[in-house]
Design a protein around this ligand. Structure first.
Ligand SMILES: Cc1cc2nc3c(=O)[nH]c(=O)nc-3n(C[C@H](O)[C@H](O)[C@H](O)COP(=O)(O)OP(=O)(O)OC[C@H]3O[C@@H](n4cnc5c(N)ncnc54)[C@H](O)[C@@H]3O)c2cc1C
Length: 378
């Protein structure tokens, strides 16, 4: 065990995975988290473990997602062995389904280009009759689709629970109900102090800001740039149905328990994580067009959750140049990347392994260019 300590601000999927990865690599770890009052994308997401079409504008992100999927089975097993919590990983491959010929053609071009540039992200385009061999219930609105054998899904709530159980099991100090307002750096001895709104404070040799939307207000205090904004996603849940959907799709997925999760919208509405009937109607109609049998299913729940998103939608992983030992981590694919955050990012941020190759593309400094413009797929 290292004599150094690392504080992780934020105990969502990103912070918990990094903290657990640092802990298992030998670091002393403390997690500080706001708890139930906070916006937590980790508790409201769609649960896809997905590489297909990721990284269209950043090849390193595509390879990062691809490699993360390969590490996932190990994390799944480790959490079960250590904590008995099953994160529900299934990787049967996944389908993207299109309603429009032009969208299907654009999809084929995108996947072909990503596979050519990055490699190792296989896919197959299918017409409706081929799709029906895998997804017998699709409706006539579906005009084509793509299949990627690497894709899958998991239960994000169980993943979060498993990571927290693993942190506690291995002796991390997990403190909830604290709202960190200030990060102090002491350049003389290179240490950090995280100070909460109610003036409690915690010292450490390293600090990782993994506070989702909260990173935006904390990063500048240690010389990092985190222009993170929220994009709301609304998600619907049906009653439990007999198994009919063996593969996750971009429009809905059937959970192990039988309910069908339908998602999700992408809305710029600030910090409003509510639901709206117009979006619920759009999501429900789209799901019924995809799988007409869903017209008979009852919706039992709907929620909104806020994605923490950078201007280009890609992650930021960076060590501060002015305050070495302070790191920033944010990603809008906290489920997909959970195992890579654990096994690769955690040890690096703990100072126990080298910075991963090609990570310079993930610095937040890419957003400092006043002439650059950004757009993301959400
Ligand atoms: C509708 C929707 C669908 C999605 N679908 C997918 C998907 O299919 N697959 C996928 O991989 N990803 C998906 N995502 C994205 C995924 O949920 C996020 O990438 C992930 O949850 C981000 O985790 P996080 O820990 O960075 O942020 P969060 O989950 O938001 O957690 C941040 C944590 O930081 C804490 N915090 C914040 N500020 C402070 C502070 N000042 N002091 C102390 N603690 C603080 C909070 O308490 C919170 O626990 C989806 C997101 C949404 C909203």
């Amino acid at each position: 065990m290292s004599s150094q300590t690392m504080t992780v601000v934020g105990g969502g999927l990103v912070g918990a995975a990094i903290a657990y990865g640092a802990l298992r690599a030998g670091m002393r770890v403390r997690v500080l988290d706001q708890g139930d009052t906070a916006f937590r994308a980790s508790r409201g997401n769609f649960g896809l473990v997905w590489v297909s079409s990721k990284g269209g504008k950043m090849p390193r992100y595509a390879s990062w997602s691809r490699d993360a999927l390969k590490l996932w089975p190990n994390l799944q097993k480790e959490l079960v062995d250590l904590t008995d919590v099953d994160a529900g990983l299934e990787q049967p491959g996944g389908f993207w389904l299109g309603f429009d010929d032009a969208d299907v053609r654009a999809r084929a071009d995108l996947l072909e280009r990503i596979d050519r540039e990055v490699g190792g992200i296989p896919f197959k385009m299918m017409d409706p009759s081929e799709l029906r061999q895998y997804l017998p219930g699709i409706g006539p609105a579906v005009v084509g689709g793509s299949f990627c054998p690497l894709d899958g899904h998991a239960n994000p709530l169980m993943l979060l629970r498993g990571l927290h159980a693993a942190l506690r099991h291995r002796g991390a100090d997990v403190i909830t109900g604290v709202d960190i307002a200030e990060i102090r750096h002491d350049p003389a001895n290179g240490s950090f102090e995280a100070v909460s709104q109610d003036r409690q404070s915690w010292k450490s040799d390293r600090i990782v800001l993994a506070a989702g939307l909260g990173n935006a207000g904390l990063a500048a205090q240690v010389g990092l740039h985190a222009p993170i904004a929220s994009t709301r996603g609304q998600v619907l849940i049906t009653e439990r149905l007999k198994p009919f959907l063996d593969y996750p799709t971009n429009k809905c997925r059937q959970t192990r328990e039988g309910s069908v999760q339908i998602g999700s919208t992408s809305e710029d509405v600030g910090l409003d994580d509510g639901t709206t009937t117009d979006k619920i109607e759009i999501l429900a109609r789209r799901a019924v067009e995809t799988f007409p049998a869903l017209a008979r299913a009852r919706l039992v729940r709907a929620w909104g959750a806020l994605r923490p998103l950078t201007p280009d939608g890609y992650p930021i992983y960076q060590e501060s140049a002015s305050c070495p030992g302070a790191f920033l981590a944010t990603s809008h694919s906290g489920v997909t990347l959970a195992a890579a955050h654990c096994y690769v990012v955690g040890p690096w941020m703990a100072g126990l392994s080298q910075v991963p190759a090609g990570f310079e593309v993930f610095t937040g400094d890419r957003f400092l260019d006043a002439d650059a413009s950004f757009s993301h797929d959400h």
